[in-house]
Every structure is written in C-alpha cells, then in structure tokens.
Design a protein around this ligand. Structure first.
Ligand SMILES: [Zn+2]
Ligand SMILES: [Zn+2]
Length: 316
C-alpha cells in the first residue's frame, strides 16, 4: 500500500563550531538519520544547519523529537510538506563553508523585519494588485521565479544566490527605491536571512522578509497571490502549492505549449534547466534542442568508445 511521504524543511543559524566538531556531528547525525530510516540532504557549516529530510509520518515525528532534544536545535522550526514518493534517493550530510552560499560575510543579526503570512496579504489592495511604494522582491534564482512567483513581484536575474549582492546593485536605478518598503521572499526563508542584510548594508531603509518563506505563506493562503508552481531542490523539481489555481505561467521552450515541466538538459555540455513539455522531451531525447541532442549523441559515442577501450585493456 502506498504510504504518504512526509517532507521536512528546516534551517537554523547557530554556531556549530570548528571543522573537527562539524565532522563529528556529520558522522553521528548521519547514523541517527539512518537509524530512523530517513532520506534527505542536510548541509552543516560553522554558521548552522540547513536541510530537508523525508520519511513516513512516524519517522518524521522521531526526527523532530530527536532534534528538539538537542540543545542547539531545541527551537528548530520544521516546515512540512506531504507527497506520495520520497524526493530523495539516499541520506546525505555535507560539511560546507556556508549553509546557504553567498560567498560574502554578512551580519546575521541585521536581517530584515519578519512579516507574517497575514501581513503579506495586506501588501495587496482590494483589486488584487501590489500597493504603491512596495517592492516585492524574489531573492531566488531566475529559473525558480520563472515557473512560480508572487503576483507583481520582481527578481534581479540571478542564476545563483552568489550573484545576489552584485545584481541587487542594479536596483538602485529605480528612483527612490531605498526609501520604499522592500519585502523579500524565498522558498523557506533562509536566503532572505542573508539577502535582506545585503540590502540593508547597501542603504535600503525599510527591508522586510516573509517569515518562513513561500512555504509558510502558501500553506496558510493557497490560491491567493501565489502564481504558478514552486521550484524545489530535490527530485521533484516542481511542486504544486495551490489547491485550485494550478495553471502554468510558463511555456515549453521548444513548442510554446502552456507547460511547467522542468528538465535538466541531458547534454552535459549544456546542463540548463529548461521548461520542456513531455512531447518535446520525448522527441529530443531529454535534450533542450536538436543541437544539444546531436552533441549528446556525440558525447555518448565517445564515452562508449572510451569504455570499450578500457574493457579491452583489462582483457589484455
Ligand atoms: Zn514542447
Ligand atoms: Zn541543452
């Protein structure tokens, strides 16, 4: 019988200590997760923890109890989601320099003001448009913004979060922007913890961010101001967050049919995230264009020749 799979998302900025301590924590925590039977991906760094794990309801409950019993994570906020299949193939824990890579040191005590989902509703007027003098800003990447976003929100064309400080400088061209009310959002809230500091340090005066990110908002108020789907960093890539309004806001890049399926182009030389309908995925063998398909074929031929070469060597 198919069982619901529960997915937890969480992060916390807390000093987890030196490399040695992190490595020890990685080992013991991996054992703990595997003992429970979880699958997922957790990043740890000196600055804290950022992860997502999945399992049955019972396994997830065990994990929550385990984490809340640890002093450093006694107040860890878990955001949940339910699916029918695990979005992860295994359990991994990685030690990194940052739990969300900005490659720039920022004062985490200087983040924007947190807004509740209720306060986000109030950003819109009775016609359903963003009120004047508010800049609603997506702190995520361009490919995430493309398939789902808050109505009337903007994005600064980042391909990776690291580009945010540089790209955000372009905002300064908007007249009087530093005096406007800026409201930022990202998937679960972690990127805003750093992005809001970047804007404050650049002289923006009224910087705010959604508490708990998009996930916290859409769970309370689906079918309101969220348009499209939600990009997620696991096997699913795209998740439904509205109950009724599920209309795609994007089109297949090849044939322009209304579509919100993401595909990582199979040509390793290209490797782009592209919106591709199932028909085009089939016709182009998972590549994003005819050119990519030809390159991919060439790549496969080379690879199989290399492999054959190896086999021959072993045989000799
Ligand atoms: Zn298509
Ligand atoms: Zn391609």
């Amino acid at each position: 019988m198919e069982q619901d799979i529960h997915i937890l998302l969480f992060y916390k900025f807390v000093n987890l200590g030196s490399m040695e301590k992190l490595e020890e924590f990685r080992r013991t925590h991996l054992e703990e997760c595997e003992r429970i039977g979880l699958k997922g991906r957790i990043l740890i760094a000196e600055e804290g923890i950022n992860g997502s794990v999945s399992g049955t309801k019972g396994q997830i409950e065990k994990y929550k109890i385990l984490m809340h019993s640890k002093l450093a994570f006694s107040d860890l906020w878990f955001k949940g989601d339910v699916g029918t299949a695990s979005p992860f193939t295994k359990m991994t824990i990685l030690v990194r320099d940052e739990i969300v890579a900005l490659k720039k040191k920022v004062d985490l005590g200087n983040t924007g003001n947190y807004l509740s989902p209720e306060e986000i509703l109030e950003l819109y007027d009775s016609d359903g448009h963003l009120k004047e003098n508010i800049i609603f800003m997506d702190a995520r990447n361009d490919y995430e913004h493309k398939i789902g976003k808050f109505k009337d929100s903007i994005q600064v064309n980042t391909k990776t979060f690291r580009e945010f400080p540089e790209k955000a400088k372009g905002l300064e061209k908007i007249k009087g922007i530093k005096d406007k009310k800026i409201v930022m959002y990202c998937t679960g809230g972690i990127r805003c913890e750093k992005a809001s500091v970047v804007l404050k340090e650049a002289g923006f005066k009224d910087v705010n961010q959604i508490h708990g990110g998009i996930i916290n908002f859409v769970q309370k108020y689906p079918d309101t101001f969220w348009e499209g789907k939600l990009f997620v960093f696991d096997k699913r890539m795209v998740a439904d967050v509205n109950n009724e309004n599920k209309k795609p806001i994007t089109e297949c890049e090849v044939c322009s049919v209304s579509c919100d399926l993401y595909k990582n182009c199979r040509n390793p030389e290209c490797d782009r995230f592209v919106v591709l309908c199932l028909d085009c995925q089939f016709k182009l063998h998972g590549c994003c264009s005819q050119e990519c398909f030809l390159e991919f074929q060439e790549y496969c031929t080379k690879k199989s020749l290399v492999n054959q070469g190896r086999k021959t060597q072993v045989a000799i």
